[in-house]
Design a binder for this molecule. Sequence first.
Ligand SMILES: CC(C)(COP(=O)(O)OP(=O)(O)OC[C@H]1O[C@@H](n2cnc3c(N)ncnc32)[C@H](O)[C@@H]1OP(=O)(O)O)[C@@H](O)C(=O)NCCC(=O)NCCS
Length: 180
Amino acid sequence: MAEPQLQGEGFRLRPWRADDLDSLLRHANDEQVSRGVSDRFPHPYTQADGEAFLAGKVIDLGDPVFAIEIDGEACGGIGAQAGRGERVHTAEFGYWLGRRHWGQGTMTRVVAAYAPWVMRELRLYRLYAAVLAFNVGSAQVLRRNGFMEEGVLRAAVFKRGVLHDLRMFAKVRRSLDDER
Ligand SMILES: CC(C)(COP(=O)(O)OP(=O)(O)OC[C@H]1O[C@@H](n2cnc3c(N)ncnc32)[C@H](O)[C@@H]1OP(=O)(O)O)[C@@H](O)C(=O)NCCC(=O)NCCS
């Protein structure tokens, strides 16, 4: 995928690079980051985990998957994966940010740049995210960006010995000409 010009106040989005390994390990090896995301993002987050991710063995880096670069350093990530067949116009997306950058509105701005772009790029009618019920910060990022809460998948995730409900948020458009 051609490198898009996606940026905002204090960050830019760009493809992951092999030389991101050190910063990836610094920001990703954090239980408080990993607890909100999929088990594909383990804790502890080892060098082997980082190398596997950067080699494209964890998620397909051919998808619109980007590092969030702050002050020249990869401090987090955002990515989407489209469905297949009759669901090709739907994508799920996810994101994370190193803890030292939380609480400054960064992810709200990152999603504001990324979501409209990826809906255009992948020709999506529907972009959605699944948020563990405790993750009020992530729910707020989505609400701030016009995602609507559609419902709760009860008892959907059993993670590290705890059962979680999953809140579903989506942004939809009924026409590909609709820029919303
Ligand atoms: C969730 C996460 C992405 C938020 O990123 P962030 O850059 O700190 O978010 P923002 O600063 O843009 O905050 C957005 C809003 O959420 C609120 N918020 C953020 N973290 C919060 C928290 N832990 N508790 C309560 N509110 C929180 C902010 O106050 C802000 O509210 P406002 O818009 O009313 O001012 C970040 O905490 C993170 O990476 N967590 C670990 C990974 C993760 O959970 N990813 C999401 C998976 S669905």
